[in-house]
Design a protein around this ligand. Structure first.
Ligand SMILES: Nc1ncnc2c1ncn2[C@@H]1O[C@H](COP(=O)(O)OP(=O)(O)O)[C@@H](O)[C@H]1O
Ligand SMILES: [Mg+2]
Length: 221
């Protein structure tokens, strides 16, 4: 289970500072699929980045199961991030010069997994996501939906339990976006915890629960 307690975050702005997250407290259960919704600038990405250890809260506690992430030193936090979290982004964040296969297996390479084992894992994840026939292509040679599947596959090869997705359907048409949300939904059915940021009500409807944020504050459920 994930628990955020009284998270505060502000950014420097000119001579003053602007509060972006104002006392955020929430719980997310293992295997749950949660959508974080709010207008542009409401603090969604900042919140997701704190969950993903890409950014720090100024105040408050981040608990993951029995670990207090806020108290961790940089190295331990980095290890936690690598072992726990998979990221999916709006613009896919694939390496254009590398094939779909090379993109998917990147996190395994970074962990020095031997080639044969890498290929085996990559193939099984690609099949699960229905992109096994595109492994030799470059990202520019497949559709947006297929690129996002490739990015999700990359987030899955290390079998990390928490998937964080920032507007994963934002660059896709409606139908393709729904397919991607169903892919994420299936992952949560299989036990992954999935947190999806979106400002699209129909996209959020796929989640088990919607958390609404407005000007850095959570709205009552
Ligand atoms: N690194 C940063 N430095 C300064 N201001 C930032 C930074 N990141 C985000 N902000 C500001 O914080 C607010 C919330 O941003 P963000 O979390 O990206 O919102 P959302 O994802 O909901 O659109 C915005 O006003 C944005 O300009
Ligand atoms: Mg954002």
């Amino acid at each position: 289970m994930i628990e955020l307690k009284n998270i505060k975050k502000s950014f420097a702005c000119g001579t003053g500072k602007v509060t972006v997250l104002d006392n955020i407290s929430l719980e997310i259960h293992s295997g749950e699929m949660v959508a974080i919704m709010g207008a542009s600038g409401s603090g969604k990405t900042t919140l997701l980045n704190i969950l993903g250890c890409l950014d720090y809260a100024d105040e408050g506690d981040y608990l993951y199961e029995d670990q207090n992430i806020s108290d961790m030193r940089v190295g331990a936090r980095e290890r936690f991030r690598k072992d726990t979290i998979g990221f999916v982004f709006q613009q896919f964040a694939l390496i254009e010069d590398e094939t779909v296969l090379e993109n998917i297996e990147l996190p395994l390479k970074a962990r020095f997994v031997p080639k044969k084992k890498r290929r085996q894992i990559t193939m099984s994840v690609a099949m699960k996501l229905g992109i096994e026939n595109h492994l030799k292509k470059k990202p520019s040679q497949i559709s947006g939906g297929q690129q996002q599947r490739c990015a999700i596959a990359r987030a899955l090869v290390t079998d990390n339990p928490l998937i964080l997705a920032d507007e994963p359907t934002g660059a896709l048409d409606k139908k393709t976006g729904e397919m991607i949300m169903n892919v994420l939904k299936n992952l949560s059915s299989e036990g992954k915890t999935v947190v999806v940021v979106t400002h699209d009500e129909s996209v959020a409807g796929v989640a088990d629960r919607i958390i609404r944020i407005e000007d850095g504050r959570l709205l009552p459920a």
